[in-house]
Design a protein around this ligand. Structure first.
Ligand SMILES: [Fe+2]
Length: 270
């Protein structure tokens, strides 16, 4: 687990500016009014805006390349830009993988070579936050997918808290066996970004191409959310798709191509 201060980083600033502009455009008002609308419960789903998310991905990969020593071969697309309100959405806490419970991402089936990168972007003083804990040897041994995060009874007092202060531009990188949870705030909203990346090729597991089920039809986790990280600036989703198909050609297996086109069918309706 490692943390970073990115408030002066050029690419972080670009992401922040892009999000701000996108929201002003969406709500057709100035920033102060955007914040008021968000405070009153409005939201915006950045995920559906694929051209926008392609631009964000480019900036994000620049940050990751600067801070990560290991080379990574897959990145989740689109990244998650979340506007968190203090009250959970209706029915959220009943979900098996509600992040209000202490959990490790390996328990929801995230691949073992994957990492999570999280950063705070816009914050209110008393907004929700991420609570991080040091790895715990007992929990570390539990790596199988659970039906629900509540399946394990975890006493928070048995874990040692890891200090990660809530401040815009603060970011953290951790692997799938790191305990954490989200803590609801008292008032105000939080805008944060999180993304997963993997060290291995997005199409291959144990030297074999993934099955359709693992890649695009599995309910819990679809491996198809991982794509090749862009090595050049791509500004539209169409460019991104073309780039992905070029990279798939390099694998030289028609099955990989089939996986991606199959995944796109589900992806369109997400
Ligand atoms: Fe998590």
């Amino acid at each position: 687990m490692k943390q970073y201060k990115l408030d002066k980083n050029k690419h972080y600033k670009n992401i922040k500016k892009e999000i701000k502009n996108r929201l002003k455009l969406r709500f057709k008002c100035n920033w102060i009014e955007v914040l008021k609308k968000l405070e009153s419960g409005r939201n915006y789903n950045f995920k559906n805006d694929l051209d926008f998310m392609t631009k964000i991905e480019f900036e994000l990969t620049q940050i990751l390349k600067q801070i990560i020593k290991k080379s990574f071969k897959s990145i989740e697309f689109p990244a998650n830009i979340r506007i968190s309100h203090n009250k959970p959405p209706k029915g959220y806490l009943q979900r098996p993988y509600a992040t209000d419970n202490i959990h490790q991402d390996s328990w929801s089936g995230e691949p073992s070579d994957s990492y999570i990168f999280f950063m705070y972007i816009f914050l209110y003083k008393k907004c929700s936050y991420m609570k991080m804990f040091y790895k715990n040897s007992k929990l570390n041994r539990r790596r199988k997918t659970l039906k629900s995060y509540k399946e394990l009874k975890i006493n928070e007092n048995d874990l040692k808290k890891y200090d990660f202060s809530k401040k815009s531009g603060n970011a953290i990188l951790f692997d799938t066996n790191t305990p954490h949870k989200s803590v609801r705030g008292k008032n105000g909203i939080r805008i944060s970004l999180d993304v997963r990346f993997r060290l291995k090729n997005p199409y291959i597991k144990n030297k074999q191409i993934y099955s359709i089920k693992e890649f695009s039809t599995n309910k819990i986790l679809k491996q198809g959310k991982f794509w090749h990280p862009p090595t050049k600036k791509l500004s539209t989703f169409k460019n991104k798709l073309n780039y992905e198909y070029e990279k798939i050609q390099e694998i030289g297996d028609a099955k990989a191509l089939n996986l991606r086109s199959n995944y796109l069918k589900y992806f369109e309706y997400q």
